[in-house]
Structure formats: structure tokens, C-alpha cells
Design a protein around this ligand. Structure first.
Ligand code: GDP
Ligand code: MG
Length: 781
């Protein structure tokens, strides 16, 4: 029987995990290992993906993915019938002495100077919260060199010589996602002084899996048991000393949210970093398990590759385990010769035969077995967790078969309504007025001091006007991110992805892409920034490509303007058709992309569904501030330059004299050059081209430019036919995103990526506008 054949509430025991490569590794890393029992909780409202419970946490799998897992149906959870005796604390390997960490004795000389900590942990373990507690306000967001995986770093409050780097949230150190690879390379090659591993104490089974791999890296490490307030609130407890004794690293219970235990954590962290105290235990295999087959295999390989590991500066234990897991990057990094590899493969094959499991599964099983034993000895579980029970109740509605989609639509509509009609619009107006008044004062002042006219125009009409219009995006971006972080922190975002995944799969994306796309209806800039949350480069690229096709709020004034002039009676029809046209174009482009450039499957949907939690005001505010700052800093330079260039082009002729008649400017000249391109679309007029060029700054300025250049809507009406107008509207909808959005794309995809996107969108816009015109002409309009 296969895992997807279970019905709701039924339980299956995993017999075999099929599939291959990194996907299979990811299954194993997430705890889907032979012997583990999985309960089917529910199907998503559209029938796919499916929610399961394993090892006491919730996981989603698509039906296709669940098909890879063979099970045997059982009637009742048996717990685990595997022997769960004491962990063998004294366990030297072949030829090695027991080298265990002694926390009391300070053997090493303390290291001097700066200390660099990395903060590593699963998603939703409280990393952001702890990071904010430790660093206060003093931090910096950047990318890891060469990749678009975000990292934050900051100096620890009160310890200006201690830097903290926030690694992306990861589940394992297998190279399943870019984040995991980046984190692993960072720890291995950038040599941080110590690791602070934060784990969610309410979900230790899942979280400790990463901990064990981090310990193998042989970097000084402390374990921060977060969310202890919840554990205690539910009447649970954790035997910290026992856990410390078994793991041989400092274990500190904390509540990042309540700022409890954080100082103690910091003391320990600084101590182990100064004295370079490495984890005492790196060894998680047991010589009594399964006849010691895996134990012997690991230690044999460790000896075989000792020299390579030393040369590559990779901890040998970690290297051996990853080799057994057949990790492609490691074979390369270790530079193992073919002959040696053959020998290693033979050792692994022998182990697989003895163990009756393939190598990757055997390693995952070893880790989970260790965790199981550790938890049985150290964790006193509460009978019911309040948070779990509450989450189940909320999920009855939020992911319920009949309620999920209506609730989702309602939430989205509410967010948009509040952002674009109430709060955001209000703030935007306010800011607009403020900037307006400021600009006016500036102008008055410049006149009063008899400033050169050209310079005055540059400052007032160019910079203040252009930058001002982009600045007015800020309230909307901030408010959208406010809601976005509520969705994300509360845990609803993962549920949304769960609910809509099936729809998005049809165009080769996963459910997680829905959020950026929806935000795209508001503004492309935060939408593009939100693609950060997507787990694969391919998905991120595809989503960024689709986002600008959505009718963002800045396109609305263009629609209104033309509808008022041309289609007064059927205005809503025209506007809705444009919204639809954007979505349809995006879907078709994605569909074509999926079968050509973006071949391959959307990322698998093996995703944890965390409990719902009340988001923390501090985190949310911090995020809003970050985003606003980010937008200002990065987009400002580009927008500023863009504004000045366009202003110069629009106000000077080629002899660099200021022009009074706009048709003589360089901009008009450039517009004239591109005008023939629009002949097939029916609007070959330099004034339209000029408006389109200025629309690159901000879509709204298409309207203002048109009204200036045409003078009256009557003249405009006479110079454009109905099909040409619709073609122009379609073109405005689809052509290059505005400069702020391009700046955002540049940040994600680099200069080349953003130029490619601009060209690509313009071509698509031309093609679609041409088709629209032809269709309307065919109807005899
Ligand atoms: P990250 O995904 O690892 O960055 O986790 P976050 O810092 O965003 O936290 C995830 C959720 O857990 C948020 O809703 C936090 O408010 C919550 N949280 C973080 N630390 C604690 C804690 O110590 N106790 C409780 N009860 N909740 C916490
Ligand atoms: Mg976070």
C-alpha cells in the first residue's frame, strides 16, 4: 500500500521510501523513514496536497510525493517497538579514544579579538525573535556572496566585539535547498567562532535532527531550547542536565519571546567561543544497533577519508556521514580518487546489505533513533498541548474543505481593502500632500533667491516630482509588509500555500508562489521582495516574471483615464478585462516557461505546518522598518538617477539648450525613433511613445504626460481608434515594470536579470497588444 492511499484518520507504518536524489534525502531528513508511523490528518480542500502527522508534528506532502512511500496500514499507533534502552554514553569508535567535552575545565587558551556567532535553526523556531533580542537595533541585512539567500548580521547588545549572523531557516545540512547549502558552506568555510543552535522545545523530535548535524561540524556550539514558556505552560518539562550530559554541549532553556534565559545563553555562548570548546559528542551511531552495521561503516569510512577531510578542512565525521548519504558536493570538495571511492562504495554496500536499508535511510534512521532515545530520557511530555489543540481548532476552519477557500479570499480582500483603500491610501495621501507642500515651498524659495531656471525645474519638476511619486509608495509597502508578516508569523501563510498548491502546480509552481502574486495586484515592489520566501531559485525566477503582469494599483489611473475618455458605458467591463488579461498572460507565460526555459518540477511540497502563534509586535514592527529602509536605500539611487535622466531628456535638445516646446526635446526625439514600433499596434504617435517612456518612472505618469502633450481628451479621442486604445491599454498593463520594480528585480536577480525581464515584458506586451488589436479589428470595431 502507498502512503497516499490512506483515508483521513488512518495510520500507516512506513516500510520503504522510494524516490531519488535530493527529494528522497529531503523525505528522510523530514523524518519519513522506514518504521515511522504516519497518520493522515486531512486532504487540502482541492484534494491535494495531504497533511500527515509523523513524529508528533504536522507535515504536508503532495499525493505524487506520498506515492513514493510504501506503507502497511495499521489500526493503532504502537509507539515505537524498537529497543529504547539507555544511550551508551561511553562509546569510543575504532581506534579512537573517548574525547568528551568537559565544561568545567578550560583547556584551550582563550581566543582574542572579535567573536563571530552564527544562529542556526529550523524555520519557526524563533530565530528572528532571538536575533532581535540579542542584537537590539543594530543590524545589517545582506546577501551571502554570490547567491540571493538573505542573511542578517548585527552586533550583540553590550558586546560590541561579538557579531551574530542569522543563517536562513533550515531543516538539515543536505544540499536540498540553496539555503541549506549556503548555511553549510558558511559554517564550514567561513569558520565562525561558535554556533548558537536554536530549537523549538515543543517540537524537539524534528528540531534536533539539525542539531546533530551541526554537532558533527565540530564547531563550538550551544543549544538554546526555545519556547520553554509553552512547554512549561502545558505542564511539560525537560531534564536539561541529562540532555547536556548526553549531548555534551551546553543546553540552555530560554524563551526568546519573553526574553528569559537569553543572558545566560549569551554567557555560555561567549564562554565556549572564547575557549573554543567543541561538542563532546559527534558520534550518534550505536555499536549495538542492528549488529553495529552502520557504526562500523561510518568509522571505517572516517578512517579511509581522514587525510582528504583534513586537507579540505571538513570535519571527518560530517564528511563520512555525508559520503554515506551520497552527497554530490562533498565528493567533489573532498577530492576522493576513483579507486578510493570504489572501496568506500563497497563498504557502504556491505552495510546496506547487513542493515537491510539503503545508506541514506540508515543514516536518517540512526539520527531519529538517537533523538528518540534522547527525548525518552529527557522530555516529560504534556498530555495535550494547548497550542496544538488550538491550532487544530483553527485549522478546522482555515483549511477546512468548504471554508478554506472562502476564508482565504476574504482575508486577501480585507488586506487589500485596508492597504489600498483605508490605511495605506490615507497615509499615501498624507505623504503626497506633505511632499507637495514641501515641493511648493522649495519652488517659492528657489524663485525668491533667483535660482537658475533650469536648475529650479530640475529640482522641482524632476527630482521632487519623480522621487516624491516613488516615495509615496512607502506607506503601501510598509502596510502590506505589516499584513504579510502577520500572515507569516501566525503560521497562516503555510496554510495558504497548502490550500492553493494544486492550482499553481498546473503552471509549474508551488503553493508558496501565490502570496507574491497576490501582492502584485497591489504593488510589484513588495511582491518581488516577497519572493524571498520561496525555496527554489527556479520558483523565485518564475514568480518574479509573473508578478509584473498583475494590474498593480499604479496602473489603475491609466485605466480610469482611458475608460473615461473612450468607454464610459462599459467601464467596468474594460477594467475587469484588463485585470483578467494580466492574469491570463502571466499564466500562459508561466505555462510556456514551464515547458521550455523553466523545465522541471516545482519544488516538492514537503513542508511543516507549525502551530498557530500570536505574532509579536516587536518582530512585526522591525520587519516593517527593515523593508522601508531597504526600499529607500536600494531603490533610491536608481530612482533618483532615472528621474534626473528622464527630466534632462525631456527638457533639453541635442545642443543642450532648454526647450520650451516638448516636441523638440531629446525625449521626443527618442520617442520618435521608437514610434514606428507601435505602428502595427495602431498608436504610432510620438506623444504616446513619450508617455510610455515616462511611464517607466511610474506608471501613473503615463496619464500626466498624455494630458500635457495632448492638451485635451477630445484631441486624444480623435487621434486613437477603439482597437488602438485597447491595444495601448494592454501594452500599458504588460510592458516594462516601473523603475522601482526594476530596482527590486535587480536586487534579486542582478543587472542582467532585470534587463532581461524588461526586454521580455516589452516583447510580450507588444505581442499581446497586437493580438488584441487584431481581434478587435476582426470584430469590425
Ligand atoms: P523564525 O522563523 O525561526 O525566525 O521564528 P520567529 O522568530 O519568526 O518565531 C516564530 C513564531 O514563534 C513567532 O510567532 C514568535 O512570536 C514565536 N515565538 C518565538 N519565540 C517564542 C518563545 O520563546 N515562546 C513562544 N511562546 N513563542 C515564541
Ligand atoms: Mg523568521
Amino acid at each position: 500500500m502507498l502512503l497516499n492511499e490512506l483515508k483521513e484518520g488512518q495510520i500507516g507504518k512506513i516500510i520503504k521510501v522510494n524516490g531519488e536524489g535530493s527529494l528522497r534525502q529531503h523525505f528522510l531528513d523530514m523524518g519519513l523513514i522506514p518504521g515511522c508511523e504516519a497518520t493522515l490528518i486531512k486532504f487540502a480542500p482541492l484534494g491535494d496536497p495531504i497533511e500527515y502527522q509523523i513524529h508528533s508534528y504536522e507535515l504536508t506532502l503532495r499525493s505524487d510525493e506520498a506515492k513514493q512511500i510504501e506503507i502497511e496500514k495499521i489500526d493503532e499507533k504502537t509507539g515505537d517497538e524498537r529497543v529504547l534502552d539507555n544511550i551508551d554514553l561511553e562509546h569510543p569508535g575504532y581506534g579512537e579514544d573517548g574525547i568528551y567535552h568537559e565544561m568545567q575545565e578550560e583547556k584551550n587558551e582563550p581566543i582574542e579579538g572579535k567573536i563571530r556567532f552564527v544562529l542556526a535553526g529550523n524555520q519557526n523556531s524563533g530565530k528572528t525573535t532571538l536575533f532581535n533580542q540579542l542584537t537590539g537595533s543594530n543590524q545589517h541585512v545582506g546577501n551571502f556572496p554570490g547567491v540571493t539567500v538573505e542573511h542578517k548580521s548585527g552586533f550583540i547588545k553590550g558586546h560590541p566585539d561579538c557579531e551574530l549572523i542569522d543563517l536562513p531557516g533550515i531543516y538539515s545540512l543536505s544540499p536540498y535547498s540553496e539555503e541549506e547549502l549556503v548555511s553549510r558552506r558558511y559554517i564550514l568555510h567561513e569558520k565562525p567562532s561558535a554556533i548558537i543552535n536554536i530549537v523549538d522545545a515543543t517540537n524537539l523530535e524534528r528540531n534536533l535532527y539539525l542539531t546533530m548535524q551541526l554537532m558533527e561540524l565540530d564547531v563550538p556550539m550551544v543549544l538554546a531550547l526555545n519556547m520553554m514558556d509553552e512547554v512549561q505552560g502545558n505542564g511539560g518539562s525537560i531534564l536539561i542536565n541529562k540532555m547536556e550530559e548526553i549531548l555534551q554541549i551546553p543546553v540552555i532553556p530560554i524563551s526568546a519571546m519573553k526574553n528569559e534565559g537569553v543572558d545566560e545563553l549569551l554567557d555560555h555562548a561567549i564562554h565556549i567561543a572564547r575557549y573554543q570548546e567543541r561538542p563532546g559528542r559527534k558520534d550518534f551511531c550505536d555499536k549495538n544497533d542492528y549488529n553495529g552495521s552502520l557504526h562500523r561503516c561510518i568509522h571505517t569510512i572516517m578512517h579511509m577519508i581522514e587525510d582528504h577531510a583534513l586537507k579540505a578542512q571538513i570535519p571527518v565525521r560530517f564528511a563520512a556521514n555525508k559520503l554515506i548519504e551520497n552527497d554530490p558536493f562533498l565528493v567533489e570538495e573532498l577530492d576522493i580518487h576513483a579507486k578510493e571511492m570504489d572501496a568506500i562504495k563497497a563498504v557502504i554496500a556491505q552495510m546496506e546489505e547487513e542493515r537491510g536499508l539503503d545508506a541514506s535511510a540508515a543514516i536518517a534512521d540512526m539520527r531519529y533513533l538517537f533523538i528518540d532515545r534522547l527525548c525518552r530520557q529527557t522530555v516529560i511530555k504534556p498530555k495535550v498541548s494547548k497550542e496544538r489543540a488550538r491550532s487544530e481548532k483553527i485549522d478546522k476552519i482555515l483549511t477546512g474543505r468548504y471554508t478554506a477557500i472562502p476564508v482565504f479570499i476574504a482575508v486577501m480582500v480585507l488586506i487589500f481593502y485596508l492597504t489600498f483603500n483605508v490605511i495605506g491610501a490615507f497615509l499615501q495621501d498624507l505623504l503626497d500632500q506633505g511632499i507637495g507642500i514641501f515641493a511648493e515651498r522649495c519652488e517659492e524659495w528657489l524663485i525668491s533667491v533667483n535660482m537658475n531656471e533650469a536648475l529650479r525645474s530640475l529640482i522641482c519638476e524632476g527630482v521632487l516630482n519623480g522621487v516624491g511619486s516613488v516615495l509615496s509608495f512607502i506607506p503601501i509597502i510598509v502596510i502590506l509588509f505589516f499584513f504579510l508578516s502577520l500572515l507569516e508569523d501566525s503560521g497562516y501563510m503555510t496554510r495558504i500555500a497548502f490550500v492553493v498548491d494544486k492550482l499553481l502546480r498546473k503552471i509549474g509552481l508551488s503553493g508558496r508562489s501565490i502570496v507574491p502574486m497576490l501582492i502584485g495586484f497591489g504593488c510589484s515592489v513588495p511582491a518581488i521582495m516577497a519572493t524571498r520566501t520561496l525555496p527554489s531559485k527556479r520558483d523565485r525566477k518564475m514568480t518574479i516574471m509573473m508578478v509584473p503582469f498583475m494590474s498593480c494599483s499604479a496602473k489603475m489611473p491609466i485605466y480610469y483615464f482611458f475608460v473615461q475618455t473612450f468607454f464610459k458605458e462599459i467601464s467596468w467591463l474594460i477594467i475587469s478585462s484588463l485585470y483578467l488579461l494580466g492574469v491570463v498572460t502571466a499564466v500562459i507565460v508561466a505555462y510556456i516557461g514551464k515547458n521550455t526555459v523553466f523545465k522541471g518540477e516545482a519544488v516538492p511540497f514537503v513542508m511543516e505546518l507549525p502551530n498557530y502563534r500570536m505574532p509579536m509586535a516587536k518582530n512585526v514592527l522591525r520587519l516593517m522598518w527593515d523593508k522601508a529602509k531597504d526600499f529607500l536605500q536600494r531603490a533610491f539611487t536608481i530612482i533618483f538617477t532615472g528621474t534626473v535622466i528622464i527630466w534632462c531628456l525631456g527638457n533639453f535638445d541635442f545642443r543642450l539648450n532648454m526647450v520650451s516646446d516638448p516636441s523638440l526635446s531629446m525625449l521626443a526625439y527618442a520617442a520618435n525613433i521608437i514610434t514606428p514600433i507601435f505602428r502595427p499596434l495602431g498608436f504610432a504617435d510620438w506623444r504616446v511613445s513619450t508617455a510610455l517612456i515616462s511611464g517607466f518612472l511610474a506608471k501613473e505618469s503615463v496619464v500626466s504626460t498624455l494630458s500635457v502633450l495632448y492638451g485635451s481628451s477630445e484631441i486624444l479621442r480623435q487621434s486613437l481608434s477603439i482597437p488602438a486604445t485597447y491595444a495601448l491599454l494592454s501594452f500599458c498593463l504588460l510592458y516594462t515594470p516601473c523603475v522601482a520594480a526594476v530596482a527590486a528585480v535587480r536586487r534579486e536577480e542582478g543587472i542582467k536579470g532585470s534587463i532581461d525581464l524588461v526586454l521580455f515584458q516589452c516583447v510580450i506586451a507588444w505581442v499581446v497588444a497586437f493580438l488584441m488589436r487584431m481581434i478587435l479589428l476582426a470584430f469590425g470595431l
